[in-house]
Structures are given as C-alpha cells and as structure tokens.
Design a protein around this ligand. Structure first.
Ligand code: SF4
Length: 70
C-alpha cells in the first residue's frame, strides 16, 4: 500500500504529518510531502487513521501495481 496525496484538495494544515511523521514531511509552507515508497505493515493502521482524519479527503491509501501482483 502507498499513500497518495491530492495536492489540489489538500488544505495544508499538517494533521497527516502529526499522525504519521515517519511517512509525511511538511514543506516550508506547511504542505505535506508524502514519502513515495510502500507504507510498512507496522504503520499501516496509523496510515489508515491519517487518511480517515484528513478533513478534505486529500489523502488516500492505494495498492500499487507491484502490490497487486503479490
Ligand atoms: S490532513 Fe489532509 S488536508 Fe491536512 S495537510 Fe494532510 S493531506 Fe492536507
């Protein structure tokens, strides 16, 4: 699973970075920079919490092609 961000929908208040600091950094304007790699299994639950907490539905978890072939 990988985190994906819709930069148009994002309001940039940084809640996702607070909830998932090991997978989301903030740029100098406070907008999230989502790590492109797979979300490790041990943080997947918190990644789902961050997706659910995003007030603008800008964040989602999706399976990559590589994940689907497993
Ligand atoms: S919680 Fe959602 S709206 Fe807020 S910074 Fe993260 S992606 Fe953007």
């Amino acid at each position: 699973m990988r985190l994906r961000l819709d930069p148009i929908a994002c309001a940039g208040h940084g809640l996702c970075a607070d909830l998932l600091p090991e997978h989301v950094d903030l740029d100098e304007w406070g907008y999230p920079l989502v790590h492109p790699g797979p979300v490790p299994a041990d943080v997947l639950r918190r990644a789902r919490d961050a997706v659910a907490a995003c007030p603008t539905l800008a964040l989602r978890l999706e399976r990559s092609e590589r994940d689907r072939s497993r």
